[in-house]
Design a protein around this ligand. Structure first.
Ligand code: FES
Length: 360
C-alpha cells in the first residue's frame, strides 16, 4: 500500500522536531525471521529524521483503554533520513510485541517521541569496536553498523551476534552483504545450538572467556558496545572485564525492566522527617512516601501499577500526569519541556516536595 505524502512541503528543509512532532505513519512491515519483524515509519508530512545510530523512539500504541508505551531501538541507518525502522521480536505473552506483529500494517498511525538515548558510538577516535549482542539486542548495533557502512570510513569492527539457533540470527543475509562490502568488518555468529540447521559451518555455544579469546584476541584494545537480555549482558560484562577491557571502554544498553534495580525497592524505609501522601487517582490508592524516595519506588513497594522501563528518567515509559503537588525531578531526556509545562512528570526520577495527586 502506498503512502501519500504532502508534496507541498520540501522535505529537504523540514526536519522532525523531537519537541513538537509525534505522529508517525507505518510505511512498511518486513518479516526478518520466524518471530521478528521490522516496521518502518515516516512522518506524514515527509519530515526528515535526524538521529544518531544507537538511539531509540518511545512509542505510544493504541492498545487497551490507556494505550501502551514501549521503547524500540532504531535498526536503520541515520543516513536514510526520510524514514526509520525498528525491529521487534514477538515475545510469548507480550502485550505490545504481539499487537505490533498482528495489527501494525502500512498506513497505521502511531505516536512516537524521540530520538532518545545515549547508546552512541564514541566519536573522534579510531573506530576499533567489538559490537557484542544477544538476540534482538542487535537492533541498535545494526544501526551503528549500517551507519559505518554508509560513511565509508576506515574501520575495524568485530560484530558478534549470539542467538539461540541459526534461525534466530536476525539480519543474517543483510550482514553477509555488509561483510562482503565492508573490508574492516568481521562477522562472528554464535548460535547456542544448530537446531535444524545441521550444515551450520561455525562454532556453537554461549559466550565464554575461552571463546572470546579465540574470536577476538585483541579484545582489550577495543571499545565494546553491548546490548541484549540481562543475563547475556551480565556475562559479557564480566568476561570482557576479565579479558582486560577497561570499564571506560565498555558501553551497554538495556530496556529489560525485570532487571532494573529500584533504589529503595526492597529497603525498609525509616523516615525521620516529613511524610507525604501520594494519591493514585485512577487506582484509588494513597501511599505514604518519604521525601528521599522516588514516586516509582514507592509505588512498586505499595503494589501500585505504574509502567516503567529504564527507571532512570531516560525512556519516558513511566510518564504520568501530576494533578496536584510538586516534585523534584532529575530526568535524563525522557520528557519534553512542553510536557512538563502541561503537568506531566516522570515518577522514576521524581521525589515528592508536597502531597501529590497522580492520574494513574
Ligand atoms: S521508567 Fe524510563 S523514564 Fe521513567
Amino acid at each position: 500500500m502506498g503512502i501519500e505524502f504532502q508534496k507541498m512541503i520540501p522535505a529537504e528543509t523540514v526536519v522532525w522536531d523531537p519537541e513538537t512532532d509525534e505522529t508517525l505513519v507505518c510505511l512498511d512491515v518486513h518479516q526478518e525471521t520466524h518471530d521478528v519483524k521490522s516496521f518502518t515509519f515516516a512522518s506524514p508530512e515527509g519530515k526528515r529524521f535526524n538521529f544518531d545510530a544507537g538511539q531509540y523512539f518511545l512509542f505510544d500504541f493504541p492498545i487497551g483503554p490507556d494505550g501502551e508505551s514501549r521503547c524500540y531501538s532504531i535498526s536503520s541507518s541515520p543516513h536514510r533520513e526520510n524514514a526509520f525502522t525498528v525491529t521487534v521480536k514477538r515475545v510469548l505473552g507480550g502485550k505490545v510485541s504481539n499487537w505490533l506483529h498482528d495489527n501494525l500494517v502500512p498506513g497505521t498511525t502511531v505516536k512516537g517521541q524521540g530520538p532518545l538515548g545515549h547508546f552512541i558510538r564514541p566519536k573522534g577516535q579510531k573506530t576499533k569496536l567489538l559490537l557484542l549482542f544477544g538476540g534482538s539486542g542487535i537492533t541498535p548495533v545494526m544501526s551503528i553498523t549500517r551507519d559505518l557502512a554508509d560513511r565509508y570510513e576506515p574501520l575495524d569492527i568485530v560484530f558478534l551476534h549470539a542467538a539461540r539457533t541459526p534461525a534466530d540470527l536476525i539480519f543474517r543475509n543483510d550482514l553477509s552483504g555488509l561483510a562482503t562490502r565492508m573490508k574492516g568488518l568481521r562477522l562472528q555468529l554464535l548460535p547456542e545450538t544448530v537446531a535444524g540447521e545441521l550444515s551450520w559451518p561455525g562454532l556453537t555455544g554461549r559466550i565464554s572467556p575461552e571463546f572470546m579469546k579465540l574470536a577476538v584476541p585483541d579484545i582489550a584494545e577495543r571499545v565494546v558496545m553491548c546490548c541484549g537480555p540481562a543475563p547475556f549482558m551480565a556475562a559479557a560484562r564480566s568476561i570482557t572485564a576479565a579479558l582486560g577491557v577497561p570499564s571506560s571502554n565498555y558501553i551497554e544498553e538495556s530496556f529489560d525492566a525485570a532487571v532494573i534495580d529500584e533504589p529503595g525497592l526492597n529497603v525498609e524505609v525509616q523516615p525521620a522527617g516529613k511524610i507525604y501522601q501520594v494519591e493514585f487517582s485512577k487506582q484509588k490508592k494513597t501511599l505514604a512516601v518519604c521525601p528521599d524516595q522516588t514516586v516509582l519506588a514507592a509505588a512498586k513497594k505499595g503494589s501500585i501499577r505504574l509502567p516503567s522501563s529504564c527507571a532512570n528518567g531516560v525512556c519516558g515509559t513511566c510518564k504520568s500526569k501530576l494533578v496536584s503537588g510538586s516534585v523534584e525531578m532529575n530526568h535524563n531526556g525522557g520528557i519534553r519541556q512542553r510536557e512538563i509545562d502541561a503537568g506531566m512528570f516522570l515518577p522514576c526520577c521524581s521525589k515528592p516536595l508536597s502531597d501529590l495527586v497522580i492520574e494513574r
